[in-house]
Write a protein that binds this ligand. Structure first.
Ligand code: SF4
Ligand code: SF4
Length: 449
């Protein structure tokens, strides 16, 4: 098998984001291969841990992928303050005589947004709604590259995840778990300090809030789970996520002072994309009065370029308003109306780009997460659950198709659902040895035995 076939067979997807199938992303050539080790969101520990613990595997993985891409430059980009991780990576680079550059970033959010990272590393701006390969770059997450190395050298499939559990726990921990482990079990292993809690799957800015107990019970580790934040149910971030869009629209009408801070600090605005959230906010009250498609696009078309980073709502706005949610809402309306907004394919970075970066420490204070800041995971605990549930959709695109039935015996690494080749999709493998106890439309449950 060549590299792409091996990656597809192993079911590797982008480990740090939405789960884009890696065999599709890497089926190209590129000038730059960039490894995103910036740990974009506050509090997350996973990529730092992987850089320290698996520096050698990461460096060898970069060499494999860069050779395949025929990349002229290989770069591992991470924050300059990650001294231990940089030291580990430099030692591995030297040991392997690898032509890999370490790119040290400032500590700002969203340093790990791949379009921002590409601009910082290459000086090039990815087109609106484009991807890094549009400007000659491929960006992969640390966990993805280590997964590729393990697939190529050991034939491993994607069956395990490293993730951090932070927030209201005795101390932050790293966990190594079979994919499909219940989120409750992960939290229990980290010893939560409150009995009633809500969680955020991912980071505090872009992660998914799950507040209801019965919904938390239904969450499982997937290929893209990298972090769990445990928070009291009345924490600012949980309460804020519960505000309805009608309330947000009402607040906008009465409180937006048009200061335009949301626009000036917007990372996509700063790399030259056409996005001015203050104008969307200015026009929100007129939504129902707009009759023509042209007028609607003129008023709200910019919202389509919002990447959902949340800076405007969590940091910029002095009035506590939510341009992000207004943008999400308007994106939906643009789709409903069938409006296609033209793309700017040649955005130019603004001269203020480096002056408008949001320092992570100030953001953490604004998010009311200060008490968890600076605590790090020092131990990694391996969990061995009694059962796992493997969703068929752990990636962007079409769900995988079950190839096992209830009662089948499986071993870790066996294919249990194959990629649907009629679209973007990926293979899913058993993460434990056991017996399939249930196959539902959503996924497959395996009882360890
Ligand atoms: S930052 Fe807030 S108050 Fe200022 S323009 Fe944006 S939404 Fe309005
Ligand atoms: S969430 Fe706000 S700051 Fe982020 S891209 Fe969208 S408009 Fe810009």
């Amino acid at each position: 098998m060549n590299l792409i076939e091996t990656i597809k067979d192993a079911g590797i997807v982008g480990a740090g984001g939405a789960g884009f199938p890696t065999h599709i992303k890497l089926n190209t050539k590129a000038e730059y291969f960039i490894v995103n080790a910036a740990e974009c969101e506050p509090l997350i520990e996973t990529d730092k841990y992987l850089c320290r613990a698996f520096a050698d595997e990461l460096v060898k993985g970069v060499m494999l992928v860069a050779e395949h891409l025929e990349a002229k430059k290989s770069v591992i980009a991470l924050k300059g303050k990650y001294k231990d991780e940089i030291a580990a990576l430099k030692a591995a680079i030297e040991k392997n005589s690898a032509a890999i550059e370490i790119f040290e970033m400032r500590t700002f959010y969203p340093a790990g947004d791949e379009q921002i990272m590409v601009q910082q590393v290459t000086g090039r701006c990815v087109p609106e709604r484009g991807i890094p390969i549009d400007v000659g770059a491929v960006v992969d997450n640390v966990g993805t590259v280590i997964g590729i190395y393990n697939a190529v050298t050991k034939g491993e499939k994607t069956t395990e995840k490293y993730l951090s559990v932070v927030g209201e726990v005795k101390e932050p921990v790293m966990l190594k778990v079979p994919i499909g482990t219940s989120i409750r079990e992960c939290i229990k292993a980290a010893s939560p300090t409150v009995s009633e809690y809500a969680i955020i799957l991912g980071g505090p800015m872009m992660g998914r809030v799950v507040a209801e107990d019965k919904l938390i019970d239904q969450q499982f580790v997937t290929k893209t789970t990298g972090n769990i934040i445990v928070l009291p149910k009345d924490h600012y971030l949980i309460k804020r996520s519960e505000v309805s869009i009608s309330r947000i629209k009402h607040q906008t009408r009465s409180a937006c002072i048009q200061c335009r801070m949301c626009t000036d600090l917007c990372p996509r605005f700063q790399i030259g994309h056409r996005i001015k959230p203050h104008l969307v906010m200015r026009n929100v009250w007129r939504e129902d009065k707009i009759e023509t498609q042209e007028e609607f696009e003129k008023s709200f078309g910019d919202a389509i370029n919002c990447c959902d980073c949340g800076i405007c709502e969590m940091f910029s706005c002095p009035m506590g308003l939510s341009p992000r949610r207004a943008n999400q809402y308007m994106k939906g309306k643009l789709r409903e109306r069938g409006i296609t907004v033209e793309r700017n394919l040649n955005p130019q970075v603004r001269s203020s780009v480096d002056l408008s970066k949001v320092p992570t420490d100030r953001l953490i204070a604004r998010l009311n997460l200060g008490k968890y800041n600076g605590l790090h995971a020092h131990v990694c605990i391996g969990l061995k659950p009694d059962e796992v549930f493997l969703p068929f959709s752990q990636h962007i695109g079409k769900p995988a198709i079950a190839v096992k039935a209830a009662g089948d015996r499986v071993s870790a690494g066996d294919l249990v659902a194959r990629a649907d080749d009629t679209g973007l999709s990926t293979n899913i493998h058993a993460s434990v040895n056991g017996t399939v106890s249930e196959v539902t439309p959503a996924g497959i449950r395996i009882r360890v035995s």
